[in-house]
Design a binder for this molecule. Sequence first.
Ligand SMILES: Cc1cc2nc3c(=O)[nH]c(=O)nc-3n(C[C@H](O)[C@H](O)[C@H](O)COP(=O)(O)OP(=O)(O)OC[C@H]3O[C@@H](n4cnc5c(N)ncnc54)[C@H](O)[C@@H]3O)c2cc1C
Length: 407
Amino acid sequence: MHVAVIGAGTIGLTTAWYLRERGAQVSVFEMEKPANGASWGNAGQILPIKSVPLSEPGNLKYAMKSFFKKSSPITAPNTLDANLIRFLAHFMRNSTKKRHLMSANEMFQLGKSTFNEFAYLESHGVDTTRTIAPFTSAFSSRVSANSMIAEFQRISKTSMTMDLEMLDGVELRKREPLVEEHYDFGLQLNNQSFVNPPKLVSNLVASLQLLDVEIKSKSKVKNVVHVSGKTQVLLENGKSETFDAVVIATGAWLNRLTADHGVRMPVVAGIGYSMAVDVPHQTQGMLYFPEAHLATTNYGNRLRISTFMQMGDVEIPRDPKRQNRLQQIAQNVIPQADWSSVSEFWSGARPLSGDGKPLLGGTRTEGIYVNSGHGMWGITLAPVSAKLLADLITGKREIPKAFNPLR
Ligand SMILES: Cc1cc2nc3c(=O)[nH]c(=O)nc-3n(C[C@H](O)[C@H](O)[C@H](O)COP(=O)(O)OP(=O)(O)OC[C@H]3O[C@@H](n4cnc5c(N)ncnc54)[C@H](O)[C@@H]3O)c2cc1C
């Protein structure tokens, strides 16, 4: 069986790996180069417990208040296209408490074996760069942590066991000296993981090449069609190639290739920004400042800082003012960092699906499959989604209906 995977982000590359492991011959098509999209500058946090849909009553309320404020961390674009309007309609419909709990539970069932799956990749020669570390959230007071505590307590009763510690300001700073005095309460979730995203991608590429998987950069796919029992990949340069099956894993570009294959769930871009900075001492691994909507992750001997969610089309122009804004927010939160050392300012598009869940499985067209829409959690969910899809394509098992791309 020869399978084409379109898109060399973390999702496409892990899908290629599991397909190859199950004996398929695999070719990867990438319009630019691997990690051209969200898979390069993200925060690299592997947090299945946090991998829930964005659509939720609190987020809806927050989005309504702040959506059109330019300075807000979550913003809408100036113009609303049809895809974005459909996305917002889905987002609102899925933001009830009942629907959020149901979708969150479906996501936990998907994500709960991700640490095992990362370990599996590692034991089969892929250097995922994963480090086991705590995930620490810093709050200005115990009260502002209440909703996260309630969320974690609910999850630990129903879906996943967790090792959670509550820290007062003194203990918080003892463990994480970079956290500024203003923060008086911490929640530390132990035994989580993070990766170095650019290295994860380049190591996946190296492992695939060792397994004779061809990675074709500068190969933009224009269309995918099914002709007489085979699938055909048509490239922008006029060439075409024939395969037994095709996986579309093009992140926030998904809807451009899936419209003819019955996929109606909109996937829009949630553009985020990041930068790297020197720090006087490393953190234990991952920090999160919910009130500032800011996340930090150890990145070599530096810190990668990320924030913002600018919703819109994947190609919308990036806002250069965001660099200053990101730096201003981060400076208030981590004043001890060396702000003259800022580099690697980056932006990338999270593939946000209307109901916040990945699109994982077959389309209306025989032989054409989808793996996208992982939103804020594509690195966390990459190996579990890839394994499920590779199993489906090679006839080993079905995928839960919750992720059906035709829903
Ligand atoms: C600021 C930020 C922080 C984040 N932090 C985390 C985190 O801590 N943990 C976590 O789990 N997730 C995180 N994410 C989310 C995560 O980065 C994404 O969910 C994930 O990278 C999506 O991977 P992907 O492979 O689906 O998409 P992408 O990485 O965007 O890859 C899609 C690829 O498809 C290619 N492509 C598109 N169209 C075509 C075409 N027609 N032909 C050929 N190639 C094409 C693109 O060039 C691109 O390389 C974060 C995202 C952002 C923006």
